[in-house]
Design a protein around this ligand. Structure first.
Ligand code: FMN
Length: 202
């Protein structure tokens, strides 16, 4: 028998995915991969995060997307973290493909080559990761977790934490782009020190 929960709570119907019923906070990244024809693909993803405290990074992708197929074949991908001013460029990476399966909007996305992985980054983003495929875990419904080991990483100077600068000032100077699924975004520039408990350790 179900235990009772506070009566003011609304029970979410599970016959459909729950994720469009409320807002949450997610990063917004652009994943770069190499296509079978030698061109490069860029696609935005928000279900993305570091996988632990070591240098691993993962994101969730459907096998129907070219990003997934490219990574399975090429065993590597790049991750660009766009700035808030780049939200439209980021969205262009998710434009529908044409009949011949190309994504013409990619032509307007400024890019530069990654150093280790055979792929590209979104130019003028603030953080850049090159990942070698570690593993793909299929079967989360129709979706899969793609896990990569970071083999190179670069950051814009103004986004780099340095010991003599206040972290709050850093974020004012280099604000972050957040995606608020299902369909809003935010520019994060005002932030507060987290109230860690005395003696807290990672
Ligand atoms: C804001 C935004 C966030 C997205 N997040 C994800 C995601 O986390 N996982 C995913 O599989 N697709 C996500 N998508 C959809 C794909 O990235 C998109 O459909 C893309 O065109 C797929 O391109 P591809 O076939 O070249 O891989 C997102 C799209 C947008 C606009």
């Amino acid at each position: 028998m179900l235990k009772s929960v506070p009566e003011e709570l609304v029970s979410l119907e599970l016959s459909l995915p729950i994720w469009s019923r409320f807002f949450s906070v997610a990063p917004l990244i652009v994943v770069g991969t190499k296509e079978a024809d030698g061109n490069y693909d860029l696609a935005p993803k928000h279900m993305a995060m570091p996988l632990g405290w070591s240098n691993y990074f993962g994101f969730v992708c459907t096998p129907a997307h070219r990003t997934y197929q490219n990574i399975r074949r090429e065993h590597g991908f790049t991750v660009s973290f766009p700035r808030p001013e780049q939200v439209i460029l980021t969205s262009l990476g998710a434009a529908p493909r044409c009949e011949e399966d190309s994504k013409p909007t990619l032509a307007v996305l400024p890019t530069f080559s990654a150093s280790v992985i055979d792929s590209v980054f979104l130019k003028d983003a603030y953080l850049f990761l090159e990942c070698q495929l570690d593993r793909i875990v299929d079967g989360f419904g129709e979706n899969s977790l793609i896990a990569g080991q970071i083999v190179a990483a670069y950051i814009q100077q103004q986004a780099l934490r340095v010991s003599d600068q206040d972290d709050g000032d850093l974020l004012l100077q280099a604000p972050l782009l957040a995606y608020l699924p299902p369909g809003r975004y935010a520019k994060i520039e005002r932030s507060f020190s987290f109230p860690f408990h005395r003696g807290f350790q990672q």
